[in-house]
Design a binder for this molecule. Structure first.
Ligand SMILES: Nc1ncnc2c1ncn2[C@@H]1O[C@H](COP(=O)(O)OP(=O)(O)OP(=O)(O)O)[C@@H](O)[C@H]1O
Ligand SMILES: [Mg+2]
Length: 471
């Protein structure tokens, strides 16, 4: 028996190619250019699978999905999108799409997906109910297989209340994943609070999370509501959970077990309904096994679902879309409306190992823009931007780690210019940020920095920047 597939695609050449690809596999294909026409067909005819483009004239793929969920919930729907941004793709999976593909895709991938969908389609679980999505939301950019797989998982778990533990190296986008979970989840309109466990001093974390009564400890001169209470009905994101002290872990475990806790210094228990998301760049699984400070029982409670964000070096195919995204995001604030990058520069970026992952890439693109402007970014610009950026990150601990490394390196080669080396790097970063803040206006940047415009120009030149045309 040949399966009947309904294809909705407005682009004539893409549509024709898909029809022949699918027919070659022995499937029967009905092709419509418009969603309205396709849906009209479904009133009388039956299909084993629907393959739809997302952007169509008139009704789009999302509406097709919505419609079919009501009229033919058992038909698997595969959505095709043409964008690096996976926001809509996540939304589609959450609304019950069987799967999605980001164009341009490998024909084999489509064939495999259709085969799998035809096999499992009728058995698949009912899609979860969701609220209307809001229009905005930070996008996770990426077209690699691993990012797409991650987005599908986000789509699947977003609307549940399961605790989610997000694991991944530094700068891979864990916080963005947490935001996507909230944005696409049923609690999207409710409070969303984040606490960085590594940034709150150890003695204060408990009160930050659970609040305290007046007089609970020295300095507690007022009662304080904690984050758990504030997030009631919504979501709490515990970032850097791996850095949570053991004493706080015990109290957190209890909230996860029965939803209750006490403010510090209180006797009365409070009940909350909070969805917990957590993240860490540390290898928590290993730390639990080795018995190094993280409680096993808490680990299991937190990890109702584990989402792993892959390091950038394992998905170089994402670099082009990410660079493009960062160019558009940072170009305008540096006074460039049409920022561009040369192919060989992009190729070079794709070959790097990115220990700081996406955050580092973003940083390098920003610096390269500043080096290159107003011309397109070339290989020299990216090369020059990578070295300092790799070592100089934003947080204090990273800054001191970087200074430690620089010290060691300088010790090895005999030293002598250490102060200058370090100060130059810091100065360079200060200038990048200030010039960026002023939208590329060097006169204003100089005033802000408290130096003359001439000095700024000279320093920039000494630091290796091309003189720029902007005033
Ligand atoms: N897939 C992505 N698409 C677009 N931007 C991204 C993506 N991944 C990361 N970024 C950007 O990279 C930066 C770092 O991301 P994020 O803060 O989410 O990383 P993280 O994993 O939480 O890092 P850390 O472990 O250091 O806290 C942010 O500016 C974020 O916007
Ligand atoms: Mg983070």
């Amino acid at each position: 028996m040949t399966a009947r597939i309904l294809l909705i695609e407005d682009d004539p050449s893409v549509g024709a190619a898909l029809v022949s690809l699918l027919q070659n596999q022995g499937w029967q294909v009905t092709w419509r250019h418009r969603a309205e026409d396709a849906l009209a067909l479904t009133v009388e005819e039956s299909f084993a699978l629907v393959l739809t483009d997302l952007r169509l004239p008139g009704k789009g793929g999302m509406e097709v999905l919505e419609h079919l969920r009501g009229s033919h919930p058992a038909w698997p729907v595969i959505v095709m999108t043409a964008h690096g941004s996976t926001d809509t793709a996540i939304e589609a999976t959450k609304r019950g799409a069987y799967d999605y593909l980001v164009k341009p895709f490998d024909p084999d991938a489509l064939v495999n997906l259709v085969e799998a969908a035809l096999e499992q389609g009728p058995l698949r679980a009912e899609p979860v109910g969701v609220d209307e999505p809001s229009a905005t939301g930070s996008s996770l950019v990426g077209r690699s297989r691993s990012m797409q797989a991650l987005c599908k998982e986000i789509g699947r778990v977003a609307a549940t209340s399961l605790p989610v533990l997000i694991l991944g190296e530094t700068g891979t986008g864990k916080e963005l994943v947490a935001r996507a979970l909230v944005h696409h989840g049923a609690r999207g309109a409710r409070p969303f609070l984040a606490v960085n466990c590594a940034a709150v001093p150890e003695g204060l974390l408990e009160s930050e999370l659970f609040g305290h009564e007046r007089g609970a400890f020295t300095g507690a001169d007022r009662m304080r509501i904690g984050r758990f209470e504030q997030a009631n009905g919504g979501t709490l994101f515990l970032d850097e959970i791996g850095d949570m002290p053991t004493s706080t872990q015990a109290k957190l475990l209890r909230v996860l077990q029965d939803g209750t806790f006490q403010r510090v210094g209180a006797t009365e228990s409070l009940q909350v309904d909070v969805r917990l998301l957590s993240a860490t760049h540390r290898d928590l699984e290993r730390e639990v096994v080795d018995g190094r400070g993280f409680r096993e029982d808490l680990f299991f409670r937190l990890s109702g679902v584990i989402l792993r964000v892959p390091p950038l070096r394992e998905r170089p195919e994402d670099i082009a879309v990410l660079v493009d995204y960062f160019l558009r995001r940072h170009g305008p604030s540096l006074g460039m409306d049409q920022p561009a990058i040369r192919d060989e520069a992009l190729r070079w970026l794709e070959l790097q190992s990115w220990p700081g992952n996406v955050r580092q890439l973003e940083y390098v693109v920003r610096r390269a823009l500043l080096h290159a402007r107003p011309r397109p970014i070339g290989v020299d610009h990216v090369k020059r931007s990578l070295e300092p950026a790799a070592s100089l990150e934003r947080t204090h601990s990273e800054l001191s780690a970087w200074i430690r490394q620089t010290l060691q390196a300088s010790q090895r080669d005999g030293g002598g210019a250490l102060r200058e080396q370090v100060v130059e790097q810091v100065e360079a970063e200060l200038y990048v940020q200030t010039i960026e803040k002023t939208g590329g206006n060097q006169a204003q940047a100089a005033r802000w920095l408290g130096i003359s415009r001439l000095t700024l120009r000279e320093r920039l030149r000494e630091l290796g920047w091309k003189s720029s045309t902007s005033a």
